[in-house]
Ligand binder design. Structure first.
Ligand code: URA
Length: 194
């Protein structure tokens, strides 16, 4: 059973394979995630699941967490529910970071993937970059693990072009190469403009 409640009242920790090789780190739960108690189950999550499928994996093969563990609060609408989301503040992320570190300790993934600017800021440190383009597609490090920074799947929901899909895909190809995972010619060619 699900019911509406103000944001911030339900903790949503990561899910997935405790022996996962790859750990994805997003921003924070939204409305759907808060109801289901699982990260990335709304529209952006469905896209992430497809991206994982494109890598030849299934959702239960990887681990999926967030930089913040509950839905960041906004003033409630007249109906008493929260409409919309906001990114977590630096303070909120710093508060939640130990929980992410603990999940990394338990799962011991060989690779981390930061999804979007907020997760990248939280992991790399505030002020380490101005625009995501400065760090995306590059290997960084967090908690002693190689970290690939890429766009958040919601970016694709806003800009459904082959160009934007290809940008994320190229970052994921780097993750597959480093894992290593098998890569077919078909996979190498996904989203290339004809
Ligand atoms: N966006 C995120 O960054 N995390 C979620 O869990 C859902 C949407």
């Amino acid at each position: 059973m699900s019911f509406a409640r103000p944001a911030g009242e339900k903790v949503v920790l990561g899910v997935g394979n405790l022996d996962a090789q790859i750990m994805f780190v997003g921003e924070a739960p939204g409305a759907e995630e808060e109801i289901q108690g699982e990260p990335f189950v709304g529209p952006a999550g469905q896209l992430l699941t497809k991206m994982i499928g494109g890598m030849g994996l299934k959702r239960p093969d990887v681990y999926i967490g967030n930089i913040m563990n509950w839905r960041p609060e906004l003033p409630l609408s007249d109906g008493g529910t929260q409409i919309g989301n906001r990114p977590p503040t630096q303070e909120e992320m710093l508060y939640c970071l130990p929980f992410l570190r603990a999940q990394i300790e338990i799962v011991q993934p060989s690779l981390l993937v930061a999804l979007g600017s907020t997760a990248a800021q939280g992991l790399l440190g505030f002020g380490t970059f101005k625009a995501l383009g400065e760090v995306r597609g590059r290997w960084k490090e967090f908690a002693g693990k190689p970290l690939m920074v890429t766009y958040h799947p919601s970016y694709i929901l806003r800009s459904q072009t082959n160009r934007s899909k290809r940008m994320i895909w190229e970052d994921l190809l780097k993750v597959m190469e480093r894992a290593p995972l098998p890569i077919s010619d078909k996979q190498r060619g996904y989203f290339l403009e004809k």
